[in-house]
Design a protein around this ligand. Structure first.
Ligand SMILES: *[C@@H]1O[C@H](CO)[C@@H](O)[C@H](O)[C@H]1NC(C)=O
Ligand SMILES: *[C@@H]1O[C@H](CO)[C@@H](O)[C@H](O)[C@H]1NC(C)=O
Ligand SMILES: *[C@@H]1O[C@H](CO)[C@@H](O)[C@H](O)[C@H]1NC(C)=O
Ligand SMILES: *[C@@H]1O[C@H](CO)[C@@H](O)[C@H](O)[C@H]1NC(C)=O
Ligand SMILES: *[C@@H]1O[C@H](CO)[C@@H](O)[C@H](O)[C@H]1NC(C)=O
Ligand SMILES: *[C@@H]1O[C@H](CO)[C@@H](O)[C@H](O)[C@H]1NC(C)=O
Length: 455
């Protein structure tokens, strides 16, 4: 999930000028000698559940309208379109299911007795927010400490937003436990939940955290932003995990099957590699791209003042039939477990989608490429640090719902993220991540991408 890449990035990137983060990394990809990564110290299985992202729901709604002006097309309520990657987190002795997100940095749990709103801020019943529990009961936690006079305020790329108090508590994920971890405990939520998750584990950098030095969350600004160490960063600083990296293996779910929850969707591994089969020959270590502290744009040269937000990569290019005619090189592309699809520069998405047989078609209203569910999928590879990482054809067609006749409607796994300009953040989402193990080294500020054996 992108923590409001567009709105918050500008807010936070300017704030970051006050918090210089040194970039101890060469800009040259280490294509030939990928880092040797041992098995993980802590491994936690990942599960998934029903569709929930508002962006996807909006897509479905516009799709439904398009296909059925009367609005009575059935949209599947399964795990079909959207795969959310979830795992258990224990906070102050209470266990919740939370989203695993490399596209944001805060760990937060909805607070008990929260108030629910819709995306335009009108009050709703708490059920409307669709959390999987009553929420975190801070009063019942023997280890919870309030952080007075500050507030949490976050909004995500799909329009959801939350705010409320901040505290510290013991956070434990997959056996990795950190005491006095700063967390958000929002009591004001505009959230389109799945009835399972109660919060989120953010794994990106401190500059992207969302705590502000004001008791009034509506007064959050770059001037009162107080960045803090996210969960994994604290774990590394405290020596709770030996190696300063974590890995994700996100399994491709049963995309065309009507299931509401899948217990075997991969692993989040702290300190090393998850237990999945690898094709080690295709592995590369590349620097995490920083952002200029002055203008917030991605830096293309080593910059000691660069600030890190996301796990951003400099992509050498995309390879598919006809791609040599295009300049497919681009940067400002993030590896984001919280986003289902790939959102690439518009020219790349357009050229690739034209290669499906039959061609995928662009729908102006929803801004999405739709494709015949049985279309022939053109090959597609992502070139990073001199190596090519193919995306399995099964990841390039996603079931979006059914039409009036119960026939499936599909969308392309490769969508447009806008023009290739510095303001646009492109996303390699689960469509890409299903094919690799991604390892994020928060000390070296490097990412290692290792191809998985076909599964
Ligand atoms: C929120 O509720 C208000 C009042 O019912 C309604 O006017 C508005 O359209 C709703 N917003 C969304 C995003 O559903
Ligand atoms: C919080 O704010 C109140 C009132 O502004 C002040 O009295 C109190 O000292 C502050 N507490 C801390 C810990 O800063
Ligand atoms: C919040 O701001 C006040 C004064 O504006 C300052 O004294 C205090 O140290 C700040 N708190 C934090 C946590 O930065
Ligand atoms: C979060 O902060 C922004 C200002 O940066 C404000 O407009 C918004 O209302 C705040 N959200 C909440 C839920 O308080
Ligand atoms: C999908 O699952 C739902 C809920 O379990 C069920 O009502 C529905 O009939 C199923 N649809 C198909 C096509 O199997
Ligand atoms: C990456 O971004 C920077 C800053 O926007 C730009 O100057 C540079 O040309 C870009 N590099 C590539 C390969 O797109």
């Amino acid at each position: 999930m992108v923590s409001s890449a567009f709105a918050v990035l500008s807010l936070v990137s300017a704030a970051a000028a006050e918090f210089h983060v040194v970039r101890h990394v060469s800009h040259t990809p280490r294509a030939l000698e990928p880092a040797v990564i041992p098995p993980a110290e802590f491994v936690v299985p990942i599960t998934s559940t029903a569709p929930r992202r508002q962006s996807k729901k909006t897509n479905l709604a516009s799709l439904r309208k398009k296909l059925s002006p009367t609005g009575n097309t059935a949209v599947l309520e399964g795990a079909d379109l959207d795969q959310e990657y979830l795992t258990d987190v224990t906070i102050g002795g209470q266990t919740f299911t939370a989203i695993v997100d490399t596209g944001s940095s805060d760990t937060w749990l909805i607070k008990k007795n929260f108030r629910c709103f819709n995306l335009t801020g009108f009050p709703e019943d708490t059920e409307t927010c669709g959390f999987g529990s009553e929420g975190f009961d801070t009063a019942a936690s023997p280890t919870f400490k309030n952080f007075p006079n500050v507030s949490f305020n976050i909004s995500y790329g799909d329009g959801e937003f939350l705010s409320g108090p901040v505290g510290f508590d013991t956070v434990s994920v997959g056996g990795l436990a950190v005491t006095q971890q700063e967390i958000g405990t929002p009591d004001f939520a505009a959230w389109n939940g799945d009835g399972v998750n109660s919060g989120l584990i953010g794994l990106a950098y401190a500059s992207l955290t969302s705590v502000f030095n004001t008791t009034d969350p509506t007064k959050a600004s770059r001037a009162n932003h107080i960045p803090y160490d996210p969960f994994f960063f604290t774990a590394v600083k405290r020596g709770a995990v030996k190696n300063p990296f974590f890995s994700l293996a996100l399994n491709r779910g049963p995309l065309l099957v009507n299931v509401t929850e899948d217990k075997n969707l991969g692993f989040l591994a702290f300190g090393g590699m998850p237990p999945v089969a690898l094709d080690d020959k295709t592995a590369v270590t590349v620097p995490v791209q920083g952002y200029s502290a002055t203008d917030g744009n991605p830096t293309s040269a080593p910059d000691p003042n660069a600030v890190f937000f996301y796990y951003t990569a400099d992509v050498e290019g995309y390879t598919f039939p006809g791609s040599t005619k295009l300049n497919t090189k681009n940067n400002n592309t993030i590896l984001d477990s919280g986003t289902t699809l790939n959102y690439l520069p518009s020219a790349v998405a357009e050229a690739y989608n034209a290669q499906f047989v039959p061609k995928a078609t662009f729908d102006e209203e929803s801004g999405l490429y739709f494709v015949d569910c049985k279309a022939k999928v053109p090959p597609f590879s992502v070139k990073l640090g001199g190596k090519s990482f193919p995306i399995d054809a099964r990841d390039q067609i996603l079931l979006g719902g059914t039409d009036d006749d119960g026939k499936p409607i599909c969308i392309s796994g490769t969508q447009s993220g806008g023009e290739d300009t510095p303001e646009n953040v492109f996303i390699l989402g689960d469509v890409f991540l299903h094919n690799v193990v991604s390892t994020f080294d928060i000390k070296a500020n490097e990412m290692t991408v290792t191809r998985r054996k076909k599964y």
